[in-house]
Ligand binder design. Structure first.
Ligand SMILES: [Zn+2]
Length: 366
């Protein structure tokens, strides 16, 4: 049985509109699929504004709340000055259009991630908030489809018990929001493996962004890199950084957009490459909060999240999806099958591995 899996349908209301790539359908499908296994789905409760204040400024939180309420009442009368004010907090661009009910929907995913972190803080070995992982949100600003930064909230909750916490982000985008929130906090090691900023949003995440005490750890990967090389780069860097840092607990952001078929990025991982990385983190045996993240292909996201959760929880599963869902998703199995692509990106990855091994990891010895 998979323990401590927190989810509420309220999270499906986190919806920027029909033209936006972050579609609630990807999460709905993941829940439909995981419900076929022995996974009790637990309601995290209504959520608490005090958990938001662990990370976000009051002015920003109340702005999100007020704008959300106003749009819910059908009031779209913002003048230019108000629109400019919203824009200064990250809202209004194509990425983050404000929507009715956005406060409650954002609080819902934060509530699930916070609840997962609280049970791990209180002694559980593993908990899930698959509707979260919104790693771009900044202290006072929405960014990259993310309004509140639930991974950072989860780290703060774990810090109430553990002296050192590691954040591991395998989303194809740099986990910039979490990095900047903890940039000067040596208690949290933020690790992110991602497509390099030269070719992908948010443009950050170079190896030289080390944080005040070397506790920002970045593994930038060249566009078009294949899954074998991505996994090699992961294995040679992040587990070694964790071993040096000796965290008491881990928050894992399980973005799935490294997949070959993801429409927003340019890496070429297969489900099994990604899953191998998830398993490496699970096998560390540290208390673990597992969150969702990016992923924009409806055929790949649900099966990757579900295989990740079941693997972390030690729940056995066949490689075949339940037949009706496999047909619906046009993907009959968890693993990707087909001819292996020739390796790409290794010289770049090896340079990054070498730099991190010699210039960064030695500073992390605790
Ligand atoms: Zn992403």
């Amino acid at each position: 049985m998979l323990p401590h899996f927190y989810y509420t349908p309220e999270i499906l209301k986190y919806d920027f509109g029909s033209q936006h790539p972050l579609r609630p359908e990807r999460l709905r499908r993941a829940i439909e699929l995981i419900s076929r296994y022995d996974v009790p789905i637990l309601d995290p409760g209504p959520g608490s504004i005090s958990d938001l204040f662990r990370v976000h400024g009051e002015e920003y939180v109340y702005l999100v709340m007020a704008t959300s309420d106003r749009l819910s009442k059908g009031d779209f009368s913002a003048d230019d000055a108000e629109r400019g004010h919203l824009f200064s907090y990250g809202f209004g661009s194509g990425d983050n259009p404000p929507f009715a009910g956005m406060y409650d929907a954002s609080l819902a995913y934060c509530s699930a991630s916070a609840q997962a972190a609280k049970v791990v803080r209180d002694g559980a070995p593993l908990a899930f908030g698959i509707g979260g992982g919104l790693h771009h949100a900044l202290k006072d600003r929405a960014s990259g489809f993310c309004i509140f930064d639930d991974p950072a909230i989860a780290c703060h909750i774990l810090l109430e018990k553990f002296e050192r916490v590691a954040y591991v982000d395998i989303d194809v985008h740099h986990g910039d929001g979490v990095q900047w929130i903890f940039y000067n906090d040596p208690r949290v090691l933020t690790c992110s493996i991602h497509e390099e900023g030269r070719t992908l949003f948010p443009g950050t995440g170079g190896v030289e962004e080390t944080g005040a005490d070397f506790t920002s750890f970045n593994v930038p990967i060249q566009a078009r890199t294949t899954g074998d090389v991505w996994l090699h780069a992961f294995k040679e860097t992040i587990p070694k950084a964790l071993e040096a840092f000796q965290p008491g607990a881990v928050v894992l952001q399980m973005g799935t957009d490294v997949h070959l078929l993801d429409p927003l990025a340019h890496l070429r991982c297969l489900q099994q490459d990604w899953l191998a990385a998830v398993k490496i983190i699970g096998d560390l045996g540290l208390p673990l909060v597992a969150l969702g993240g990016g992923g924009y292909n409806l055929m790949t996201v649900p099966r990757m999240w579900v295989s990740g959760c079941l693997t972390l929880g030690g729940v056995p599963f066949e490689d075949e999806l339940p037949a009706d869902l496999g047909e619906q998703y046009r993907m009959p199995s968890y693993s990707d099958h087909g001819p292996a692509e020739p390796s790409f990106g290794k010289p770049h990855a090896d340079r990054v591995i070498d730099w991190l091994t010699t210039q960064h990891i030695p500073h992390l010895r605790r």
